[in-house]
Design a protein around this ligand. Sequence first.
Ligand SMILES: [Zn+2]
Length: 452
Amino acid sequence: MTQFLSSTGIVEQYLTFFRARHHTELPGSPLAVPGNSTSFIIAGMQPLLPYLRGQQKPPSPRLMSLQRCLRTDDMNAVGTNIGKNTSFFMLGNWSIGDYSKYDAIEMASDLLLNVFKLDKEKLWVTVFEGDTDMNIPLDEKAIESWQRVGMPRERIVALGVDDNFWTIGGGPGPCGPNSEIFVDRGLAYGCGKSDCQPGCSCDRFLEIWNLVFMEYERFPDGRLEPLPFRNIDTGMGLERTASVLQDTESVFSIDLFQPAIARLNELASPGIVRNDGVERLARRRILDHVRAVLLAELAGVMPERDGRGSNVRRLIRRAASQGRLLGLDKRFLGELVAPLAIAHGSLLTSDEHAHVSDIARSITDEERGFQRVLTKGLKYLTHLEPDEQGVIQGSKLFELHAEHGFPPDLAAEILSERGLTVDWSSYEFASEEHRRVSRLSAEKHFRGTTRS
Ligand SMILES: [Zn+2]
């Protein structure tokens, strides 16, 4: 039987386990990448790149860390499945040319089964099936290692490049085959298809840990060359692991979110929306986005028009608009900040805890500025008439954006809840036309001034 473990308990046990196996703990890097105005840390290994590439000597060949990450590339998908947060904590252990693939697999299996007491029958893994173009064979060593630690062959699934060859966002850099560890959440989460297995897009198999066997450097022309040494790079998602060990329906209902869920339920009683799916999505997104904003602001990234801060602003606006779906027409996001911070306990420093009320205030300020835009925009959207196919002309969303500053992606999302889609080519056309007209008037103005 899987045992209940709190999120902070998971972190503690993970670090204790690897400390006993001679891993040196690195402090997590700041969420906002230093020397870069747009990016956030998106993976636990990012700060370790110089070590993995052999450009810098690591403090020890065995490393571990707890890293905060934030991904803003696919906000629309957040809430639509059980495992994706905008911000998350990633636990990782690394070997810089030290231990083997088998060692990495043996330790992972030991931690999951003997410390976390996960049900053995629920574990599945994937390995790289090989690729002829890359001249890399099936990862027999990984299969053999998993079998050696007791994983039945039928729960070891070989997948291709897209699933099991890890690269930095598909680009150049250190890379290699990987082995992902999944938990079978049961048929109730599944798509019901006969070929449903890890790698399926449904919610049945939840990936909790990725073991990357980082052995190559990929060059911009696609060429692969062996790295100076074979590394192990792993990343375990804290929220996903907590969701499994706490047996919650998704990452949005683990202990880190519970007090904020309770506060949100007080503000907007459950069952307020006729459509369950819409309500669940709205609640998940509000919790997710406010937590992401909390972590971003703790890292000093405030809501702004441009750069990294624009993501924070967008998250606040998206969360505020989801509140309208729950019938919340007053400011409410700031109320969720303290319950979130309290639930995060020792995951935040005492210095960070001291800043929580400032952050709640800053979120409320941003929300206030957006209220009027939101009210006007929502009213405008309810009056839009679709064509017979349920399509809204994108030019209408362009007008809304140009005149009132209402984000078009948000408008599209709100329309999609009424089953409507947007003709984006019409949006592009209107936007191009707008640019052309302003260019013409600027030229005219310019000619006018030079002539006089
Ligand atoms: Zn499936």
